[in-house]
Design a protein around this ligand. Structure first.
Ligand SMILES: NC(=O)c1ccc[n+]([C@@H]2O[C@H](COP(=O)([O-])OP(=O)(O)OC[C@H]3O[C@@H](n4cnc5c(N)ncnc54)[C@H](OP(=O)(O)O)[C@@H]3O)[C@@H](O)[C@H]2O)c1
Length: 324
């Protein structure tokens, strides 16, 4: 089969089409004939440092954390899926390919009327937001949620999920166009962080939960704008992983600092997320309360251009690869 393989870390040009060996599903796995694969920011790290982030250990790695397609084969212990089912799935590696194998528990049905591209854009962002904001930070209806990087794949989905479940939403983004997009989407207040200091704007809002991917100098500001008993969840630190913070802020407001990496979680942890989002979020996708936003699609062979777009940060929403 054809796949995009990285044999040496580097720029987008290292994403080359290669002919790779077909896979067989293990007893609890399904083999998916991939129709679309989501592109995520962490695929950029896998491409740049395949040994560290792709788990390649000197071997070639196929990036890609999420796909949608049709089940072509099932392992002999699979009970919930059958050949011919249309599914989307969370995977740990290997999505930029014509076929992929995955545990049946990490597959979800494609929501009614969704294209393969739309379905492929869902698993990584929905699982990440659910794990951090809902399971770890335990947000409740009516509590205020701030997500930085609001027009990222994560931001657009997380803000919609929270709004649909009854939480007022706040966000930051890097251009006025992105801010307009967020306010049109129904975010209560979004600001251009290049023009205004988010701490100044949100200091009186008493935010309950913040999902942050920026880190660095944002960290103390995040702690400062949280309400008593607030929770701060980290999924990245794009501006710095070693910020200096004042512990007094945490102690004086009973704050909780958390964070996670989705990829290394066990199948059991991911299966619990899958079950909960199928019950809670899938109906909201089907009744269109939450809509996937695809910024652009690329043919699989043009994965390098997809990465160039992602690294430009010009996109609003998800970038998806289409597999012929
Ligand atoms: N921990 C986990 O398990 C997990 C899982 C999924 C994603 N993530 C992380 O969540 C973040 C969003 O992922 P995604 O795939 O949705 O990304 P994405 O669509 O590429 O969006 C990232 C956005 O962040 C904003 N940004 C703010 N500061 C930035 C900086 N210093 N460098 C680059 N961009 C910056 C940019 O928009 P502006 O114009 O607004 O600056 C950019 O468009 C990434 O950092 C990713 O690594 C973590």
């Amino acid at each position: 089969m054809k796949a995009i393989q990285v044999s040496k870390g580097g720029g987008p040009e290292v994403l080359q089409v290669a002919e790779v060996k077909l896979q067989k599903p293990a007893p609890d796995e399904v083999l998916i004939s991939v129709k679309a694969a989501g592109v995520n920011r962490s695929d950029v790290l896998t491409r740049q440092h395949p040994d560290t982030y792709g788990g390649a250990n000197g071997k070639k790695v196929i990036p890609g954390l999420e796909v949608a397609g049709i089940i072509k084969e099932v392992g002999n212990k699979v009970t919930t899926r059958k050949v011919g089912d249309s599914v989307c799935a969370l995977i740990t590696v290997g999505g930029y390919a014509e076929e992929v194998v995955v545990n049946e528990k990490l597959t979800l049905p494609i929501p009614k009327d969704f294209s393969f591209a739309e379905a492929a854009s869902l698993p990584e962002v929905i699982f990440t937001v659910w794990f951090n904001v809902f399971q770890q930070a335990k947000i409740k209806k009516g509590e205020k949620l701030l997500i930085h990087g609001g027009t990222s794949g994560i931001g657009i989905m997380g803000l919609q999920m929270a709004k649909a479940l009854g939480m007022p939403t706040y966000s930051t983004a890097g251009t006025d166009e992105k801010v307009h997009f967020l306010t049109d989407m129904g975010v209560n207040q979004a600001i251009n962080y290049k023009k205004r200091d988010f701490e100044e704007v949100f200091k009186d809002e008493k935010i309950d939960v913040i999902l942050d991917m920026v880190g660095g100098e944002y960290t103390q500001k995040n702690l400062d704008i949280l309400a008593k008993n607030g929770r701060l969840a980290y999924i990245n630190g794009m501006n710095g992983l070693k910020p200096e913070i004042n512990l007094w802020t945490i102690m004086s407001k009973n704050l909780i600092l958390t964070g996670s990496l989705l990829k290394p979680q066990s199948i059991e942890v991911k299966a619990k997320i899958a079950k909960e989002v199928q019950e809670t979020i899938w109906p909201l996708l089907e009744d269109k309360s939450i809509k996937p936003i695809i910024h652009k699609t690329f043919p699989l062979a043009e994965a390098a251009d997809a990465h160039r777009l992602m690294e430009s940060s010009d996109h609003i929403g998800k970038i998806v690869l289409l597999v012929e």
